[in-house]
Design a protein around this ligand. Structure first.
Ligand SMILES: C[S@@+](CC[C@H](N)C(=O)[O-])C[C@H]1O[C@@H](n2cnc3c(N)ncnc32)[C@H](O)[C@@H]1O
Length: 284
């Protein structure tokens, strides 16, 4: 969906056609990898200042984990092993490290994004552990992490939400927590326009076909998937997790920034981000 912050960066490859169609797990991951290899530089140049080198921002509204505390109490987090999915340049992982979290690993499908993580580390004298991997196939053993988190990383780009959540649930220990943000599903009804034109619903909320940008050979070069609120809740349950919270951050008065189709004007009227907080049941 072009309403997502991702597409605020200029299209890296020649998009010749936009389609609503199916795109499977492999095609989606391939498109994401290609897109983010090309878009990473522009994304970091445009949004790096807003994100902060070592801050944990959940979305364009600017809700910060330091305030939201969706991952747990600071004292609990300190001893935790944390995985960040779709970490980009590792800003969230770096914030977690700065809070004293001992083990933080970030994964991302884009090597170029991870190069930006290294660049920021060198600039500010930090060190986050990162690896190139797909959210749909995590290269970790079962029960490896206490917390899995993601700020718009990975989950907006997967066709099978239940399978991707099951994969995150697999690497969580019993009693562990998963928190992730995506575009609020209602945004898929509206045009990707930060002005009044973006306030008129014109697409069906129930149309689950992916938003696909294709090159001149019909290859997907950008794919984003729509899952309704019900789809997400059902997928969380199917993955064996229970939902603790669904946070819909309100647009703050002091955020005047426009990020692609996100703007103060729209943000004050319709939700832009959904943050799901779920837990894996403890062993009985
Ligand atoms: C909007 S950016 C968010 C990055 C970071 N969390 C932030 O807030 O800037 C989305 C990130 O998800 C990554 N991504 C997309 N599909 C992925 C997948 N299947 N597995 C892992 N990462 C993926 C992209 O490479 C990109 O870095």
């Amino acid at each position: 969906m072009t309403d997502d912050p991702n597409t605020a960066s200029p299209p890296p490859s020649a998009t010749v056609r936009v389609a609503r169609r199916a795109a499977d797990a492999d095609e989606s991951a391939r498109a994401s990898r290609t897109w983010w290899e090309d878009a990473a530089d522009a994304y970091q140049a445009e949004h790096g200042g807003f994100l902060g080198d070592d801050a944990f921002v959940w979305g364009p509204e600017g809700l910060d984990e330091a305030r939201a505390r969706l991952l747990g109490k600071p004292e609990e987090l300190r001893g935790a092993r944390v995985l960040e999915v779709g970490c980009g340049a590792g800003q969230c992982a770096r914030w977690l490290r700065s809070q004293g979290v001992g083990e933080v690993v970030g994964i991302d499908v884009s090597y170029r994004q991870l190069q930006h993580a290294r660049r920021i580390d060198e600039q500010i004298g930090a060190a986050v552990t990162v690896a190139q991997a797909d959210a749909q196939r995590l290269p970790f053993a079962d029960g490896s992490f206490d917390v899995v988190c993601s700020a718009y990383g990975g989950f907006p780009f997967v066709p099978d939400a239940a399978a991707a959540l099951a994969e995150s649930a697999r690497v969580l220990r019993p009693g562990g927590r998963l928190a992730f943000s995506v575009s609020h599903p209602i945004r898929w009804c509206f045009p990707d326009d930060p002005t009044e034109a973006g306030l008129v619903a014109c697409d069906s909320y129930f149309d689950r076909r992916a938003y696909v940008e294709e090159d001149d050979a019909g290859r997907a070069i950008y794919v984003e998937h729509h899952h309704t609120l019900g789809d997400w809740v059902r997928s969380i349950a199917t993955a064996g997790l229970y939902l603790r919270d669904l946070v819909e951050p309100e647009w703050p008065e002091d955020n005047e920034q426009t990020w692609g189709g996100w703007s103060p004007l729209r943000g004050r009227i319709i939700p832009g981000t959904a943050i799901f907080v779920a837990e894996k049941p403890p062993v009985p």
